[in-house]
Design a binder for this molecule. Structure first.
Ligand code: ADP
Length: 226
């Protein structure tokens, strides 16, 4: 299996007054293609720090991140944003949708920014797969929580990133809808050979994940499952 994103010997310190807070102790982590990985842990344990360093939004204090086998965390801000735009998809708690664009316009925004051609057939395929077809001309605020998250997944997959970060993607959903969303995420991760890293508080969603990691006080450990 191909590693898509790796963290090698990463630590992260924050300085607060006279104190140094080591938010992330030395961490090694690899996500391979086809894997849906859950990250769980109490508030303040280091989940956001882990995810933002992996996604290139913060620099590690030591160590490095490789994306598709290439150095990522060492790049300058501009190079990082370019690679992030192409190689990473984000699905956020309140969904990653822009309020003043229709669902279809959100997808096309990527083509506008990158001056690339619209991939109409892939967009249609995603709309069908994720049951977003009838929502494509609507604005996010007129959709239900479940519809919004399905549209957010379509948007995250449209530009064919290798890695997807999902931060509490089921937070606003009832159990049935939450299951549907995570099952879809698991299916697309496998079929499209992505690696998806999902921060969640929701233990019920873990059965759909290939691996579960816990962070406690900045220490990441894989949970052994029976
Ligand atoms: P979680 O996402 O699990 O709630 P965080 O990664 O946000 O945890 O935080 C981990 C620790 O690092 C906490 O003690 C938090 O206070 C500290 N921390 C996070 N970001 C900063 C920052 N920018 N400055 C100072 N301390 C921070």
């Amino acid at each position: 299996m191909k590693p898509l994103i790796e963290m090698i010997g990463v630590t992260k310190d924050f300085i607060q007054g006279d104190n140094i807070i080591r938010a992330l102790k030395e961490t090694n982590f690899t996500a391979y293609e086809g894997e849906l990985i859950a990250i769980v842990g109490p508030s303040g344990s280091g989940k956001s720090t882990f995810l933002t360093i992996l996604g290139g939004l913060q620099k590690p204090t030591t160590g490095r991140v490789l994306l598709n086998g290439k150095p990522f965390s060492d790049l300058d801000v501009q190079e990082k944003s370019k690679i992030r735009l192409d190689s990473i998809g984000f699905i956020l708690q309140a969904s990653n949708l822009i309020p003043f664009l229709t669902i279809k316009e959100q997808m096309i925004l990527y083509n506008k920014i990158t001056k690339t051609k619209i991939n109409q057939s892939w967009m249609n395929e995603l709309f069908l797969k994720l049951d977003v077809e009838k929502l494509k001309n609507k604005y996010p605020n007129s959709l239900s929580g479940g519809e919004r998250q399905r549209a957010a997944i379509a948007k995250a997959l449209y530009h064919q990133p290798s890695v997807i970060f999902a931060d509490e993607p089921t937070a606003s959903l009832d159990t049935k809808k939450a299951y549907e969303v995570v099952k879809l995420l698991a299916k697309e991760t496998k079929e499209q050979k992505k690696a998806t890293i999902m921060v969640t508080h929701d233990e019920r969603m873990l059965e759909f994940c290939d691996k579960v990691y816990e962070i406690t006080d900045g220490v990441l450990t894989e949970r052994q499952r029976t």
